[in-house]
Design a protein around this ligand. Sequence first.
Ligand code: EPS
Length: 379
Amino acid sequence: LRYLTAGESHGPALCAIAEGFPAGLQVDFGAVNDELARRQRGYGRGGRQQIERDEAQFLSGLRGGETLGSPIAVVVWNKDHQSWKELVSPYARGGRKFTQVRPGHADLPGALKYGFDDARDALERASARSTAATVALGALARQLLLRFGVRVSSRVTAIGERERKVGLPPDAAARAAILASDLGVDDEAVAAEWRALIDAEKARGGSIGGAFEVYAEGLPTGLGSYVHPDRRLDARLAGALCGIPAIRAAEIGEGTRVELRGDAFHDAIHHDAARGFYRDTNRAGGLEAGVTNGAPLVVRGYMKPIPTMTKGLATVDLASRQATTAKYERSDVCAVPAAAVVGEAVVAWTLADALLEKFGGDRVGDIEQAIEAYAARVR
Ligand code: EPS
C-alpha cells in the first residue's frame, strides 16, 4: 500500500493517488468528507477554514462506491484558488516576492535548497494544507480497518504547557465528546483552560503547539516485525507522525517514562481461554519489538508552535541579506486539534499497510478469512 500527494496550498487543488488498496470495500463517501470537515475545525484556526469546505472528489479506483484494487485518485479543490489564480498556478506566477523568511518554516531552507528567490515557491507546498489530501486517503484506510474490527480514534492531550496524557482509548461517550469538542478533548474544564491559553497567545501575536494521542483498538497481534529496522511498526508509525508538518516528536505508549525501572515499566502477561493472551497494563502502547501485541495501540505526536506569527521574529531578507522581521501571512494560532485528525489518518494508513502485508491485499473477503484463521491459531 503506498500513496503520493501533490498540490500547493493556494494552487487549484490537493490530490492523491493510492495504490495497493484491496478490492471489495464499499466506501462511505460521507464519512470521508466528515474526516475532511474534522480536519478543518478546531479552536485557534485561521481565516482560511472559513473559505474552504473541503470535499473529496474521487476520480478512479472505484465503481459504484466499491474499490476495485486499482489505483485510487482523489482531488480536494481549493476554493481560495479563485483569489490566487494569477499568483500561484502552474500557468501563472505573480505577487510580490516573499523574501522575509519565517524562522521555523520551509521558507529559507527550501529557497536555498532549490535555488528560489521567492520563498513562496517552497512554502506553498510545505503548507499543512497538503494534509487535506492525506486525510482523504486516511479516511479510506480507516474504513478498511473498521471492516476488520479495528477502530482508530484520538484525543488532544496538550496545548502549550498544560499536558494531560491519558494513554487509554476513549469509550463511546468520550468519543462523542471528543468529536463535539473544538479542542478534541472529552473534558470541558481542560478545554476551557486551553482556550484561554490560545486566546492569550493570539493577543500576544504568537502561536502555540501541543500534543495528541492516537489509538487503535481491535488490532490483531503480529502486525509489523522485529527482523529489520524498516519493518518495525513503531519506527513506521513514528515516521508517519513526524511526516506531518510541525510534528517534532512521537512517543509509543509510555516510551518517554525513563524514570521507571524495568519491573515497573513492562506489562506482565496473562492468559485465559476466553481472552487469549492479555496484559492488565499497556505501557508498551500495544507494541513490543515493533510488533502489535493485541493491546490497544497508543501513540503520541508533539506539535511545535506554528512558525507564522503576527509578532514577526527576527530574520534576514532573502534578497538583501539585511536584518528584518519575518513576514506575516494569514495562519492559525493553534492547529493541534487538526493535527490530531491528521495523526489518525497517517496511523490508519500505516496500520492498513501493515495489515495487508500480513494478510494479503487483493480482496477484502480474502483478508477477512485470513484474519479469522490466524486469530484462532494465536489464541
Ligand atoms: C492550512 C491552510 C493554510 C494555513 C495552514 C494550514 O491556509 P492559508 O495559508 O491560506 O491561511 O492556514 O498552513 C500553515 C499553518 C502553514 O504553516 O503553512 C490548512 O488547510 O490546513
